[in-house]
Design a protein around this ligand. Structure first.
Ligand SMILES: [Zn+2]
Length: 143
């Protein structure tokens, strides 16, 4: 036995895109959605954050008392369309839905999770298809 150095934890296959807020008891995320809807990358998607099968998205703010502003939800939706193109099998969920994890309201009691779940079944596939169409058109227009 020559080495017992721990390998950095790597993420496994993406099954979930989990949403968090600043009130999250955990601090490791892949992306942050700011108040104005801008998205910043916090760490590489290939790295581990919180859950081995999930991409972790934190929505800036605390949503136990107030919902996020519309522009922030719009930014989140744009990010989710990108992520679902890369991980078509991934399900979008709230941190609090993860079984066996610490008890939490994350991403907040007032976060519109139900609306977002509805959008993920109707609006999201439509937005994803439009994004794919646009990128195909762009490729053809270069020829
Ligand atoms: Zn969380």
């Amino acid at each position: 036995m020559t080495t017992n150095a721990r390998k950095p934890r790597e993420r496994g296959p993406v099954k979930f895109i989990l949403l968090h807020h600043d009130g999250c008891p955990r601090r490791e995320f892949h992306y942050a959605v700011l108040h104005d809807g801008a998205v910043t990358s916090v760490r590489a998607e290939t790295e581990f954050a919180q859950h081995p099968s999930a991409i972790a998205v934190v929505i800036q703010g605390s949503f136990d008392d107030e919902p996020p502003p519309n522009q922030q939800i719009d930014g989140l939706k744009r990010l989710l369309v990108q992520l679902v193109r890369r991980y078509p099998a991934a399900t979008i969920g709230a941190h609090r839905q993860v079984r066996g994890d610490i008890e939490t309201t994350c991403p907040g009691r007032k976060f519109p999770m139900r609306d977002l779940a509805r959008w993920s079944e109707t609006g999201l596939p439509k937005a994803r298809d439009e994004a794919i169409e646009r990128s195909v058109e762009e490729q053809y227009s270069k020829i």
